[in-house]
Design a protein around this ligand. Structure first.
Ligand code: FAD
Length: 428
């Protein structure tokens, strides 16, 4: 075992090199602290890089109040975070790294080249130049009996003393990228109040007639295929009827994709409370039910029903497959019944897919356990940031924005904490 002493004053250890941890490191360093970043993987920001694969959605152009409203149930806390670092501040910050951003048609904000890698590279270079020290392949194991930090490094265990710590360990999704949620054990052992980690922005498993999953035929033929355009209709927790148009994808077990992710927090909670949740699909959003019934009542002749659906209702491929999968044979034969089913096809969801497949994580360190600077009330000098805190948001750039904002607050808090500790008069 090797022990790294905290030489000199005001040493902040940031554990976790994702966007929240790196922002905490940058902020603490700018405030004068000596900063060490510890990361279990061989490089920092792996999830950030994956987030950039389909175009890095850095933040959103929503007006402030609308932006805040995206953080379901956490609007008060998020307002406080975003008042300190909002979408505009994030875009300005990216500009400072030479990365211009633009607002896409959906209001989402992307770097002009859509990529995460140049932004991350430039950022790490700037952090190093400012004096931030990086320690990769350092897996945090918790604290020892002396309250020093324990890390697994190669075949050794290193013990590190720091004057303040920022934990920015991420959620539990996509563990192959580094964040596996194992920190929950470490914090539980210190009696920190945690909400259970749960999948957010996730897919769901389906059931038909009480039997779980798609038929083998349907799954083999259609898994991976998008259903679009489609409207998902759903009665939310407050009894409001919600209709959203977009697309989703059939998977081997159920459904996933942007439209499903947007509803996933509510669906997950209803399933937890009631055992299942039913959404209704409108497979022909551009036609009303009367017109569909009229079109489908036209003589079919010798054509198959699939061909009839294609010609007269514009329904084909996976949408036709879905009708056959979910409807009884008789219901398919009557034009009025079929029209009604096309406009409101019930789909029962029975289970969210596991956390490791989700885009993000709900649950984590409860706000009641943190002060305004995101310091754990029960562990003075230990701050938290990013997805490991108990908030969630839909996709759209809201996740990264909150991670950056919380990193900023925790980094500032840690720097101020060590500054106070070293300016305090010696005890008599
Ligand atoms: C496929 C995908 C696409 C996404 N796209 C977007 C998007 O376009 N826009 C958006 O806003 N969000 C997106 N997200 C979500 C976003 O990437 C995360 O919310 C964000 O990365 C979380 O930041 P974080 O710093 O809190 O945690 P992370 O990015 O998970 O970083 C935590 C770090 O801590 C390290 N760590 C964990 N445990 C330990 C330990 N014991 N010791 C040492 N180090 C440890 C991990 O290796 C990791 O590097 C996407 C996520 C996924 C999976």
């Amino acid at each position: 075992m090797t022990v790294a002493r905290s030489e000199g004053a005001r040493r902040v250890a940031v554990i976790g090199g994702g966007p929240a941890g790196l922002m905490a490191a940058e902020t603490a360093r700018a405030a004068g602290a000596t900063v060490d970043v510890y990361e279990r993987m061989g490089s920092v920001g792996r999830k950030f890089l994956i987030a950039g694969k389909g175009g890095l959605n850095l933040t959103h152009s929503d007006p402030f109040e609308r932006f805040v409203s995206r953080y379901r149930g956490r609007e008060r806390e998020m307002r406080a975070w975003l008042e300190k670092f909002d979408a505009d501040a994030l875009r300005e910050w990216a500009r400072g790294l030479g990365v211009e951003t633009f607002v896409g048609t959906s209001g989402r904000v992307f770097p002009s080249d859509l990529k995460a890698a140049p932004l991350l590279r430039g950022w790490v270079r700037r952090l190093r130049a400012s004096g931030v020290n990086f320690h990769v392949h350092h897996r945090w194991l918790g604290w020892n009996d002396d309250d020093a930090l324990r890390f697994a490094h190669e075949d050794d265990e290193r013990v590190v003393r720091a004057d303040a710590v920022v934990l920015a360990l991420g959620g539990g999704s996509w563990p192959v990228l580094g964040s596996d949620g194992s920190w929950t054990r470490m914090l539980e052992s210190r009696a920190v109040d945690l909400a259970p980690l749960q999948p957010a922005n996730c897919g769901f498993e389906v059931a038909r007639d009480g039997v779980e999953g798609w038929s083998e035929f349907f799954a083999n033929k259609y898994a991976g295929q998008p259903i679009k355009p489609v409207v998902v209709a759903w009665r939310d927790g407050s009894g409001n009827d919600v209709r959203r148009q977009g697309e989703f994808v059939v998977t081997a077990h159920g459904v996933e994709g942007s439209l499903i992710y947007a509803l996933s927090a509510e669906l997950r909670d209803v399933i937890a409370a009631k055992g299942s949740a039913t959404i209704h699909l409108d497979l022909a959003p551009a036609r009303d039910v009367e017109r569909l019934a009229r079109d489908l009542a036209q003589p079919r002749g010798k054509r198959t029903l699939s061909e009839h659906l294609r010609r007269h209702a514009g329904i084909d491929g996976v949408k036709t497959g879905l009708l056959y999968e979910l409807l009884a044979k008789d219901a398919m034969q009557n034009p009025e019944n079929l029209a009604r089913a096309i406009k409101a096809l019930p789909l029962t969801l029975v289970r969210p897919r596991p956390l490791d497949e989700a885009i993000s994580t709900a649950g984590g360190v409860r706000f009641a356990a943190l002060d305004e600077q995101l310091m754990l009330k029960s562990l003075p000098g230990v701050f938290c940031a990013g997805e490991m805190i108990d908030w969630e948001a839909p996709t759209g750039g809201y996740l990264l924005t909150a991670c950056f904002a919380s990193g900023k607050i925790a980094g500032q808090g840690a720097a101020e904490w060590v500054a106070r500790a070293f300016s305090a008069p010696p005890a008599l």
